[in-house]
Unconditional design. Structure first.
Length: 498
């Protein structure tokens, strides 16, 4: 509509400007000399003047095509070529399209500027729970004042979870900023994606006013990093980061107006849509306490292996097959079966695909081989292969330096630890270990430099580690300060000699 208005406006101005002109001056073929001997032009022919007079007094006629498609006939009888007007219209159209996409693109810079939503969006928190009476209240209270709807999908609790949710609803429903609480029940299906999609459908049907759906687990807590986060949600498919050492943002905040759904029977994930925007959003985050009902005893391991086997039985054609292989290797490593974990990680390498999973499998193979007492040379080769695959990641170098440190080879330890001191990879999102980038690599580099008697380098690395470490790690802060003081005392005699 905007482009059409611009087109017709351009044509209208072209006609107005044309009608204001007096037309071109014609020259006669004959010339005559004036009294002073100079050549002067003859007057216009009489017929031309009469025609001009008739045209100026007659009703203005619209612009029409005449003498072929290459000329425009104006109201005063003059012909003008079409191509300048056409080029003007095409230029205006292209510029308007470019402006539309430029203004509609929601990049990270505009997200920080907070220029998107004049009215805060309506967000609904959706949680699936079963026997989570100990943890569900902690989650619900963390969401009060931040979301407008809470949808709890119970899959068969018998420990009082439902009563806790109903009590919370009765207690908070009359508050000024209290969310509307909806409770649904359905039987558990042996498929996490299927259960969560059922929750999505119930949430959309019960709360159609929702603009976005925020999914969490019952043993997690919502943390608000920006009070204006509901005005700044940038994408349709938003990845939300977890607090703690592992940086592993997952798609947890999605546009409720679009048909997003979960895939994979376990380690399920919200698949992105072809034309939906996607990116990491830091306005909110998740704190995972990992103390839910499924974390007790061997319940989680047995269930995970059972569902992973079910997913693997679907064959390589399944879109989640590589994901099942990767998390089978991770589950075996967590269980302590390092030999089989290494084999499954090697299988994951052969499948290709997601680069971050391949990198993680590479250095996890090195860790597994180290646990099994493998040959250090072979282990070093695996770690270096991982580093060469993604040289902006530090985990492989850090564990390689640790291996040399355990063998008291401090020169090689220093070499790899100093290379592991690098910036945090902002664009990566799979198990990025924040501690290594913040302070652990610098701490290890300082330790290895100290044992090579390079006091100045050790002090430098330990100072960097002290700047990057969190304030809550009181014991480690005290140790770093003592190490720095020890380096300064070793440097003192050399300063006095100078």
């Amino acid at each position: 509509m905007l482009n059409c208005n611009i087109f017709f406006t351009a044509i209208r101005w072209f006609i107005i400007i044309d009608s204001m002109e007096e037309g071109p001056v014609t020259r006669s073929k004959s010339k005559k000399k004036g009294g002073n001997g100079q050549t002067t032009e003859d007057a216009r022919p009489k017929k031309k003047k009469e025609k001009r007079k008739q045209l100026t007094t007659a009703r203005r006629k619209p612009v029409i095509l005449s003498k072929g498609a290459n000329n425009l006939l104006s109201s005063n009888g003059n012909f003008y070529p079409v191509w300048p007007v056409a080029m003007l219209c095409v230029t205006v159209f292209v510029l308007s399209v470019l402006a539309f996409f430029a203004l509609g693109t929601r990049d990270a810079t505009r997200v920080q500027a907070g220029v998107y939503h004049r009215v805060p969006l309506t967000v609904g928190l959706v949680v699936m729970a079963k026997n989570e009476n100990r943890t569900i209240l902690r989650l619900l209270e963390s969401a009060v004042g931040h979301v407008q709807v809470i949808v709890v999908c119970d899959t068969g609790s018998d420990d009082g979870t439902i009563q806790t949710v109903e009590t919370f609803r009765n207690r908070t429903e009359k508050g000024p900023s209290s969310p509307r609480v909806l409770l649904y029940r359905h039987e558990w299906k042996e498929d996490f994606a299927l259960n969560r999609n059922m929750c999505f459908e119930a949430a959309r049907d019960g709360a159609p006013e929702m603009d976005y759906i925020f999914t969490v687990d019952a043993d997690e807590v919502m943390k608000v990093n920006d009070p204006e986060w509901r005005r700044k949600i940038p994408y349709d498919h938003n990845l939300i980061a977890y607090e703690g050492n592992n940086h592993h943002p997952l798609p947890r905040l999605v546009n409720a107006r679009k048909p997003f759904k979960y895939i994979c029977v376990i380690h399920e994930i919200i698949a992105n849509l072809p034309k939906a925007t996607s990116g990491t959003f830091y306005g909110i985050s998740i704190v995972n306490h990992a103390d839910g009902h499924s974390s007790e005893g061997n319940n989680r391991h047995d269930r995970n292996f059972r569902l992973l086997k079910r997913g693997l039985n679907r064959g390589k054609e399944d879109e989640c097959h590589a994901r099942y292989v990767f998390y089978t290797a991770e589950a075996l490593y967590e269980k302590g079966d390092y030999a089989n974990s290494t084999l499954w990680h090697q299988t994951r390498l052969l499948l290709g695909g997601y680069k971050e999973e391949i990198y993680h499998s590479m250095y996890k193979m090195g860790l597994g081989m180290r646990q099994l007492g493998g040959i250090p040379t072979n282990i070093s080769g695996v770690f270096l292969q991982a580093y060469e695959y993604m040289p902006w990641r530090a985990e492989a170098l850090y564990y390689l330096a640790h291996m040399h440190n355990d063998h008291r080879n401090y020169e090689n330890c220093r070499l790899f630890a100093e290379k592991a001191v690098m910036p945090f990879p902002q664009n990566d999102r799979l198990f990025v270990q924040r501690g290594i980038y913040a302070w652990q690599a610098s701490d290890l580099a300082g330790f290895c430099c100290f044992h090579t008697r390079d006091w100045a380098a050790a002090r430098h690395h330990w100072r960097n580690a002290l700047e990057g470490i969190g304030r809550s790690n009181v014991d480690k802060i005290k140790m770093l300060k003592n190490n720095i003081a020890l380096c300064e005392s070793n440097l003192a005699p050399s300063k006095q000699i100078k």
